[in-house]
Design a protein around this ligand. Structure first.
Ligand code: ZN
Ligand code: ZN
Length: 649
């Protein structure tokens, strides 16, 4: 929500930052974020956004939501280092709490689940047995003492979890009233002479002109705006539904229950999952509002039905352009946006919201779909073709490609580079993730930055993505920098939905990661949502050369071998080399400076995937940031006697 002075966010899912960047929303203006429920779908973008707004110098931010929200930062404090950003937290379930600023007044309405929504108590008393105290940025940012010690430990035990932390929150927001404006042309029409009479009319007083005629303020002023009401709600699942539809303060806003024109919300924003909004009780509840109220549906669909929600044009533009180079390597993406020339979205009061769907509350201009991105494939192609020399270069490339010798005669592995954009996602590149299809329908991921789940859906479309995710047997995390693993929770949840949807019998996936990741995942599990059952952790350090890997890992991934080694980047950073059942050897560096032990385990690889964050000539910078330059990578490739390398930067 925007006003002249301020900007508010309601929820902040994965990918928020990337979309904001593409569509030029200044996140630096955000001072308040309101959460309708503490679920990954609502908070997954928060770690990334916090780091970014800290970098641009925002001094503090206030999170409004259920208690425990702040624990997210406690759990993430090893890799989300917030030194300059003060994060405040307002417990919106506290009956005393309200919010008011120069723009609006807001009431928080907590809604609890019924008994079935209660958390099962864990048998263990202290589920978090090991705390990670590593500072993963110590080499880059000075000494480890930079991390405030107070943030170190305070993780609630499962049994002690504050029941209010499960609350869903509805926000009733009322803009402050605004006086009508004096209309100069009307004053002239009524013969008001310039001077103090204008001021009186402006202040709402009726006046008498020198000729004895009376002018009413209401004749020359636009009507006062009493302050429209809008509501933001989420009913997370059926266990909340009865309490949700009977919530008295929300019912008071319904025309059916006698709400006055003033109290009837103009807009109701629903973060409720789409399937649940179709529940007869929910529909009945929605029907109670004014017939004019605009219902904006932003909920997630669990069954993955096609929705147009990704909202990025940049991704399609570059993919259409790359498609010119090679249509197989760069296939067209499924269209998640309206293509130019397709019929317009039909006018409906229950609006299936898309990126940049806009509603003007003041002045009340209602809905505006003119900003919603529309794809123009022809334009993107022409943009490339019209560049000088492009067509000739393209022909030359095609000839070269026709003569190219394939890396191997094997059909697998197949790789999809889902994210090569280093630590800050930009319009066209996501944070780190590489999808490897080891053999037909057996996938693993190498790293899993923010938005990785979204990238999979974006690339494959909903149907195929569900199959891919159900067949995802492992995730490898190279190190604990946020841009390499913060997408994991979203991925685990997305995979679970896919498994349910495809009725697959897939079990938990193998998570090969620095074992310190446990602290983050377990804390999330015990404080927020249950995710532990979705993965089995295999510590990277248990896969060093000479150790015998867990047989379940080898059979689960169907590998001949898998070996890891420490690399030179941050504490607990690893490189990995694996050989498929078919004998293809693949080595992945993660982030590292030139590293001898990686060369050791990577010797005679068929393919080396190596980071190269810095260009040549930036050796000093690369060393400082513990990354590689391009030439250093090529050198490593030669030493490993590896015929092919793929460079990520
Ligand atoms: Zn990185
Ligand atoms: Zn890193």
């Amino acid at each position: 929500m925007f006003t002249d002075q301020s900007c508010y966010l309601f929820n902040c899912g994965e990918g928020s930052q990337r979309l904001a960047h593409e569509h030029r929303f200044k996140l630096s203006k955000v001072e308040h974020i309101f959460f309708t429920h503490t679920s990954w779908g609502n908070v997954g973008g928060l770690p990334g956004i916090s780091l970014t707004i800290q970098d641009v110098g925002v001094p503090n931010i206030t999170l409004h939501g259920a208690p425990g929200l702040g624990d997210l930062f406690v759990a993430a404090s090893r890799f989300i280092i917030l030194k300059d950003l003060q994060v405040n937290h307002i417990d919106a379930t506290n009956p005393e709490s309200t919010f008011e600023d120069a723009v609006m007044k807001m009431n928080y309405i907590p809604i609890m689940p019924d008994e079935t929504g209660k958390l099962p108590r864990s048998a263990t008393n202290s589920p978090i047995e090991e705390e990670d105290v590593t500072n993963y940025y110590s080499r880059e940012k000075g000494n480890p003492e930079d991390v405030p010690a107070a943030k170190r430990t305070r993780v609630e035990k499962n049994g002690d979890m504050n029941p209010s932390s499960k609350a869903a929150l509805a926000y009733i927001c009322r803009l402050h009233p605004k006086q009508g404006m004096l209309m100069a042309e009307k004053c002239v029409e009524f013969g008001v002479p310039p001077g103090p009479l204008y001021g009186q009319l402006k202040a709402g007083q009726d006046i008498t002109l020198p000729n004895g005629k009376t002018v009413l303020a209401s004749d020359v002023r636009s009507p006062d705006d009493p302050g429209p009401v809008f509501v933001v709600v989420e009913c997370p699942d059926e266990s909340y539904l009865d309490n949700f539809v009977s919530e008295p303060q929300l019912r008071k806003l319904q025309r059916r229950n006698g709400a006055t024109e003033l109290d009837c919300p103009k807009v109701v924003v629903h973060f409720t999952p789409i399937e649940l909004t179709r529940h007869p009780k929910y529909q009945e509840w929605m029907g109670g509002f004014d017939a004019d109220a605009c219902h904006m549906m932003l909920g997630f669909t669990k069954d993955g039905e096609e929705r147009r929600g990704f909202g990025s044009l940049a991704v399609h533009r570059i993919q259409h352009q790359l498609h010119l180079l090679d249509s197989e390597i760069f296939p067209h993406l499924p269209f998640d946006l309206r293509v130019d020339g397709e019929p317009e979205h039909s006018e409906a009061s229950e609006l299936d919201c898309q990126t940049l769907t806009t509603y003007y509350l003041r002045p009340l201009k209602k809905l505006d779909l003119s900003f919603v991105p529309i794809l123009k494939p022809q334009e993107y192609v022409e943009e490339s073709l019209s560049q000088e020399g492009f067509k000739l270069s393209l022909e030359a490339l095609k000839l070269t490609l026709a003569d190219a010798v394939p890396i191997s005669n094997k059909a697998y592995p197949k790789l999809v580079f889902l994210g090569t954009g280093s630590c800050i996602p930009n319009k066209t590149r996501n944070t780190s993730a590489i999808l490897v299809e080891l053999e037909k329908d057996r996938f693993i991921l190498m790293d899993c930055g923010e938005g990785t789940y979204g990238q999979i859906v974006r690339f494959f479309g909903h149907e195929r993505a569900a199959q891919v995710l159900s067949n995802l047997v492992g995730v490898y995390i190279s190190h604990l920098h946020a841009d390499h693993h913060i997408g994991l929770i979203g991925l685990l949840q997305g995979r679970q939905h896919s498994i349910e949807r495809t009725k697959s019998d897939a079990g938990p996936l193998m998570l090969i990661a620095p074992h310190q990741i446990n602290f983050w995942l377990k804390t999330y599990h015990y404080s927020f949502e249950r995710i532990r059952q979705y993965y089995t952790l295999v510590a990277c350090a248990n896969l060093f050369e000479g150790k015998t890997p867990d047989p379940a890992l080898i059979t689960g991934l169907n590998l001949k071998s898998i070996v890891t080694t420490h690399v030179r980047h941050c504490p607990n950073a690893f490189g990995v080399s694996l050989t498929t059942a078919d004998g293809f050897k693949l080595t992945y560096s993660g982030d590292t400076m030139p590293c001898l032990s990686l060369i050791d385990i990577g010797r005679d690889s068929d393919l080396l995937i190596h980071e190269s964050t810095m260009e040549d000539g930036m050796e000093v910078e690369a060393q400082k940031k513990t990354h590689c330059t391009t030439s250093q990578v090529i050198l490593s490739r030669c030493v490993t006697r590896c015929p092919y390398s793929s460079i990520c930067f």
